[in-house]
Design a protein around this ligand. Structure first.
Ligand code: BGC
Length: 782
């Protein structure tokens, strides 16, 4: 690449980085050919593109179909709706903002597939979306668009299209982003009048109308029913990343039979439980454990417009029960799947358990496991074995602080097929936990009783290389560091796009000072995020979290993330700040598109697949945001008020599943408070639950910057000292915090070390040890 081109690309990317704070979409990016920019800027991998396309196609959820889909490539369709060009490939904020090397919209996808469409109509849309008057706006940080205003198409043109084509494909798009929730308004949750008019005109003029929903999370779908049978097909294509258009066409034209399932229940806004959403900084989780399908199944089944895991196929499968058994380890079930339809396809196989009625009020059924078949041709069969631990079958009893399996019959279903029952003759306590929603003085005692022991003092000057070579253990190295060095290890370098990391990183920790680097400690770089690497490079843009979860294909998600891990290697990124895995408690949460599901098992296992993939190539994943970051409204100061039962069965459970199934090397706390305590100061979340109960042995970092606060239990501790006592190892990205503009001036750790009843050196050593152990793992993975 010529020096001139290199400079130009660098300049464009630098702009792109500023647009983190802006919209993240740079028109100028399109003027550079990634291939020409070369491998310093672009990691080109066919395997990665293929995996992105498969994941996007497998995530598509077919809500309705009267046989109109699949379409035939040789019969032209009229494509309506501006999103055929202004396709939403991803959401906004850190979970978007990836500089994709290319983006295939619906029309490009159709062209590539060789599918016919009515060109004069598409040309008119292109003319309009390219005009200054109607050009799509992408807003700026926290002011992202929810949609683009729909365009008016000349009636004569529409009628000419209707004479040429009997089918219209109407695209409706929605976007969302970080720091802003969706709104109960037209253009966000609801259709706009213009969109309704477009659907009216389409249904009046065409014999068949297929709707494609280009959305990151659920929107109002009650209009589908209102159109009666006039909508022949409705397909959710989600935000499918750079291969979106090709992936949707794979489904539209039948190369792939749809196999995605809805990862959350679709209902009218007024029918969701939990009261008013996102209006107050105190978020009362008043629905308790009855969130999502747990609520609808039990109290309002008729209100679910499309139930959890709804999704149609072009073919048909029968599920034949195999054996079901319960032993010490948990539940096992087998099911035989047969494709009895006439087309090849895959099917997801969700395993539900209906627990017995008992003392504890329970959901009617809970998802305990799932899998997916490979492609089965017509007549082909497959046997699927599924299992889960006993905790997945148990309910949390707040009085006894225990997960309990009550006596009685546990009915087991694969999808809607009854497989058999297992019986428990008497109640069983599966696990007893420490109470975590408790008064402050009890917490104080518990913290003091678990303070770590100091490490054996080592006087010799040890280097990080001694740990790498195995001559010294990490503990010895850590104990040889000064208080100041230890303290520096517990914070990032101070800014986003640190010069110590690759261009466009979100932050760096580890060797953040010259003194630490002299001891050989490397700088550990972090990059967002769930949709792909967000840096000053061309990086693969993958389907949004909701789409990945909808695919229910953990093998594919794992493969995709292993390939993303290779991309991290290529660009020198150590930690990927993903997956985002908060439960989609309410459909209006602005970051739902990054997240997976309303269900902890679907969320937890999908997240584990991402983590396993990334870490299989020696890189680190960072599941986030731990915990209860379920609204964006006032996310830095909101307080999620949640019962211990709902925490244990839902909002922590998905993280638990992920931690146990994939051992993530790092984890990120959330901005919000949980029951009155900020997650980054929350000892019980981090030390009691994450580390002691689940055995997490990795590193815990804050979300980007944190709030200033004094510990109510230990008045000598505030800010970073309070955080370290809570077990949160690293403040990210560092210096410039809500605590202090400059970390160096922020003296909470040295002060707390000096005070009686303050921080102990041993606690600081523990935090530093987690950094060093991570650095060793990353070095060994290189
Ligand atoms: C987001 C995180 C993200 C971080 C770094 C925060 O605003 O909440 O999800 O990883 O920024 O970009």
């Amino acid at each position: 690449m010529s020096r001139g081109l290199k400079r130009r690309v660098e300049k464009i990317f630098a702009k792109g980085f500023d647009m983190f704070i802006g919209s993240g979409l740079s028109q100028e990016m399109n003027s550079v050919d990634p291939a020409e920019a070369g491998e310093d800027f672009y990691y080109s991998s066919e395997a990665l593109s293929r995996a992105v396309r498969s994941a996007a196609a497998e995530g598509c959820v077919l809500l309705e179909n009267d046989g109109t889909l699949p379409l035939e490539k040789t019969r032209p369709v009229a494509v309506l709706g501006r999103c055929q060009y202004d396709w939403f490939f991803v959401g906004y904020g850190s979970g978007g903002d990836v500089h994709a090397p290319y983006r295939i919209n619906l029309i490009d996808g159709m062209k590539n597939a060789g599918a016919m469409f009515y060109a004069p109509l598409a040309d008119e849309y292109l003319r309009l979306v390219s005009s200054d008057e109607f050009k799509a706006e992408h807003g700026w940080w926290g002011h992202w668009p929810f949609s683009h205003p729909e365009l008016d198409i000349d009636e004569g043109l529409l009628q000419r299209a209707a004479r040429e084509c009997d089918t219209a494909v109407v695209v409706i798009g929605r976007a969302a982003g970080e720091d802003r929730d969706n709104r109960p308004l037209p253009g966000s949750w609801y259709l706009t009048n213009e969109e309704k008019r477009l659907l009216d005109r389409a249904t009046e003029s065409f014999r068949r109308v297929a709707v494609i929903l280009n959305i990151g999370s659920l929107m109002d779908l009650s209009w589908i029913g209102e159109y009666g049978g006039k909508l022949s097909a409705v397909l959710i294509a989600w935000l499918g990343g750079q291969e979106s258009g090709s992936a949707v066409c794979d489904v539209l034209y039948g190369a792939v039979s749809p196999s995605g399932r809805l990862p959350a229940t679709a209902a009218k806004l007024c029918d969701y439980p939990g009261g008013e959403f996102g209006r107050s900084k105190r978020a009362e989780y008043s629905e308790g454990i009855f969130m999502g399908y747990r609520y609808f199944d039990r109290f309002a089944p008729e209100k679910a417009l499309y139930p959890f895991l709804h999704g149609l196929s072009y073919t048909e499968f029968t599920f034949v029960p195999g054996c079901v058994s319960l032993d010490e380890k948990g539940l096992k079930a087998r099911v035989r799947i047969k494709n009895v339809g006439s087309r090849a396809g895959k099917t997801a196989v969700p395993l539900f358990v209906y627990p017995p009625e008992g003392k504890l009020e329970k959901p009617l059924r809970v998802l305990v496991s799932f899998d997916k078949t490979d492609v089965l041709g017509p007549g082909a069969e497959a046997e699927i074995a599924l299992s889960c631990d006993k905790k997945s079958l148990a309910s949390f009893d707040e009085e006894r602080h225990s997960f309990i399996m009550e006596a009685g019959e546990y009915r087991v279903f694969a999808d809607e097929t009854y497989l058999g029952s297992v019986f428990l003759s008497r109640e069983e306590i599966v696990e007893t936990c420490e109470p975590i929603v408790i008064p402050s003085h009890t917490l104080r005692e518990r913290i003091l009783s678990h303070l770590p022991e100091p490490m054996p003092g080592v006087m010799a000057r040890i280097n990080f290389s001694d740990v790498l070579s195995g001559r010294r253990v990490a503990e010895e190295f850590v104990s040889s560091l000064s208080n100041e060095e230890l303290s520096d290890l517990t914070r990032g370098h101070g800014m986003m796009n640190s010069e110590l990391g690759p261009a466009g990183n979100a932050g760096v920790f580890g060797g953040v000072t010259a003194a630490l680097r002299e001891r050989g400690i490397p700088a550990i770089s972090c990059c967002d995020g769930p949709a792909g690497l967000r840096m000053q490079r061309f990086c693969a843009l993958i389907p949004c979290g909701t789409a990945l979860a909808a695919s229910m294909n953990t093998r594919l998600i794992g493969e995709l993330h292993a390939l993303l891990g290779l991309e991290m290697k290529h660009f020198g990124v150590d930690v990927r700040l993903a997956p985002g895995m908060n439960l989609t408690r309410h459909p209006l949460c602005g970051r739902n598109f990054e997240y997976f599901s309303e269900d902890p098992v679907l969320s937890g296992l999908t997240a584990a697949a991402c983590v396993n993939g990334i870490q299989s190539v020696g890189k680190a994943a960072c599941p986030k945001h731990f915990a209860c970051n379920n609204q964006e409204f006032k996310r830095n100061i909101s307080d999620s008020a949640v019962s211990e039962r709902a925490l244990r069965e839902l909002y922590l459970r998905n993280f638990e599943i992920c931690v146990k199934a994939s051992r993530p090397l790092t984890i990120m706390t959330s901005y919000n408070k949980v029951n009155g305590v900020w997650a980054h100061y929350n000892y019980d979340l981090v030390e009691t639950v994450l580390r002691r109960e689940w055995g997490f042995d990795g590193l815990v970092m804050t979300d980007w910057w944190m709030q200033s606060s004094r510990s109510p239990e230990f008045r000598a501790l505030r800010d970073n000292a309070y955080r370290v006592r809570a077990g949160v190892d690293v403040l990210m990205p560092g210096n410039k915090s809500h605590v202090s503009r400059r970390y160096k001036k922020e003296r909470s750790i040295p002060r707390a070390l000096k005070k009686r009843g303050g921080l102990t050196r041993a606690e600081l050593e523990q935090a530093a040890l987690h950094v060093i152990k991570l650095a060793v793992r990353l070095k060994n993975g290189e």
